[in-house]
Write a protein that binds this ligand. Sequence first.
Ligand code: ADP
Ligand code: MG
Length: 289
Amino acid sequence: ATPTALLVASGRGAQLGVFLKSQQALESARVIDTVVLDKTGTLTTGEVAVTGVRASADTTPEAALRLAGAVERASEHVIAKAIVAACGAVPAVGDFRALPGLGAQGTVDGQHVLVGSVRLLADNGITLPADLDEARAEWEGAGRTTVAVAREGAAIALIAVGDTVRPRAAEAMRDLAELGLRTVMLTGDNAATARAVAAEVGIDEVLAEVLPADKAAAIEELRAAGRTVAMVGDGVNDAPALARSDLGLALVTGTDVALGAADVILVRTELDVVPRAIRLARATLRTIR
Ligand code: ADP
Ligand code: MG
C-alpha cells in the first residue's frame, strides 16, 4: 500500500471506529483465516456480578460469601471484585496468595480458605459434595462461571458469577463466518461454561481452561498448525497473546487508547467492528493493487 492509500483507509476506518496502526496490519488483515476471541470482557461485557450462592449443609450462603469476600478483597480479578461487591463488611485476610487463572487463598478467622475454580479445588484434592456439584452443572450449562469456596480443605459453597454477552456478538460471529473465517474462543474459564457461551454467540471452536501464561502459547500452536491468526482481546491480561498473533485487535473504551500491543486498535467496543475492520483492509488492498 502507498502511504496515501493507508491514509484513506485510516480515514474511513476512523468513521467505522477502527484505527489501522501500520501497513503490516492491513496486510495481515487480508490473509488471516482464523479469529481468536477472549471470552470475558471481549465476547461479554466484563461487568461481572454474583448471580447465585449455594452453601453446603454446615454453613450459610452469607457465611460462605463472607469468607470468600475476605480473600477476594486482596485480589485484582474481576470475579474477585464481583464477590466483594456482594458482601457486607469482611474480616481481615492473612497469608494471601493470588493463584493466576485459578483463584486465590488466604487465612480468615484462623482458617485456611481457598476460592476459585472447581479445577483449583480438585488440584488440592478437594471434591464437591453432590448438591454443590448439581448446582455447578446447572449454572455452567447456563454459561455462568462457578467459583468454589473451601474451608480447611472441604468445599462449603459454590458461587455463580456472570456477565452478559455483548449485544452484537452473534451478529459479528455470523459476519466473520461469511468472510470465510474460523472463530475460536480462548478462555481461562471451565469448558462447560465456555461451550455454553460459544453456543450462544455462534463460535466454531473452544479452547478452555487455558492459564494466563499459556494463552500466547495457544496462539503459537494455532500458527504452528498452519493457521493465520487474528486475536481479539480486551488487553487486560491478553497483551502477550495479542502480541503473538499475526494481527492483534484490542477492544478499547475511550480512555485506554494508549494500548500499544495491537497492530489494530478498535476504538469502539462493539464487536461488529471486527468484521468491518477486516472488510476494510481487504477492500483497501484490492483498490491499490
Ligand atoms: P479469563 O480467561 O476469563 O480472563 P482467568 O484466566 O483470569 O480468566 O481465570 C480463569 C478462571 O480462574 C476463572 O474463570 C475463575 O474460575 C478462576 N479464577 C481466577 N482468578 C480468580 C479469583 N480471584 N477468584 C475466583 N476465581 C478465580
Ligand atoms: Mg479477559
